[in-house]
Design a protein around this ligand. Structure first.
Ligand code: C5P
Length: 231
């Protein structure tokens, strides 16, 4: 993918099609991508997706598939009816699963893998059984390398993991980064966070931002301010 000129991806996390569509309409001039995830898709389905897609923006369909290779491949094949800009799986599904996913996602659609969720702090990660001695960044790096080996286009990763992932996966590997919080805004359930400027400086290609934009009194102004702060 040519790296996007507008790196902002707004997460339209709502089950309500009318709200998603009106947010898409006002945010269109200020962002490069719209992200539709589980909250929206499980409630609004195909018709909801198509209603937002009608606004004409590139869509990241963030459904984070994590299952056996055949199921993931068939699931992604079904989702390819939409031809979204970006689809994703969990890297923890393993190499064979990601290779199967790669076979299903073709053409212009980019396929990326979630490394470690940005809502997990170090203690949460170690509580899942991962090796504390290796450290969080090393785990994220290993998952990113596996995604690259499977032929994926990039990863979803937390701001603190960006540097290590860039070092092993190179400059062309797409890095999509949630856990973005402009200074003074609420972290909510996110633990590994950074400001938009810090994440860009660390090499993020796409910044995923939900509540800091959609929860603002004036979402368009919030997005425009974040974008202006990046230049
Ligand atoms: O509101 P907020 O900016 O925290 O929203 C972040 C969005 O990015 C949510 O839609 C969430 O599902 C998604 N995401 C994430 N961490 C990941 C992958 C996706 O927060 N590792």
């Amino acid at each position: 993918m040519t790296k996007p000129s507008n790196p902002l991806c707004v997460a339209l996390d709502t089950p309500d099609v009318a709200r998603a569509r009106s947010l898409a309409r006002v945010l269109k001039p200020h962002v490069g991508f719209m992200k539709l995830g589980m909250e929206f898709f499980y409630a609004a389905g195909v018709a909801g997706y198509e209603a937002v897609a009608a606004e004409g923006m590139p869509i990241f369909l963030d459904l984070k598939l994590h299952d056996i290779p055949n199921t993931v491949k068939q699931g992604l094949t079904s989702l390819m009816r939409f031809r979204p800009a970006i689809l994703n799986v969990h890297a923890q599904g393993g190499l064979a699963m990601m290779q199967a996913a790669r076979a299903a996602v073709t053409g212009e659609t980019k396929l990326i893998a979630v490394t470690l969720l940005t809502s997990l702090g170090d203690d949460d990660i170690w509580a899942t059984g991962l090796d504390r001695a290796r450290g969080t960044a090393a785990h994220a790096q290993a998952l990113a390398q596996l995604a690259r080996q499977a032929g994926l286009d990039g990863v979803v990763c937390s701001p603190p993991d960006l540097h290590g992932i860039r070092a092993v996966c190179g400059p062309d590997f797409l890095t999509v980064v949630p856990g973005i919080r402009p200074d003074q805004t609420d972290a909510h359930d996110q633990k590994r966070i950074a400001s938009p400027q810090a994440a860009r400086a660390a090499g993020a290609d796409i910044l995923v931002i939900g509540r800091a934009i959609t929860g603002a009194a004036d979402p368009a102004r919030a997005a425009a301010d974040i974008l202006a702060g990046l230049s």
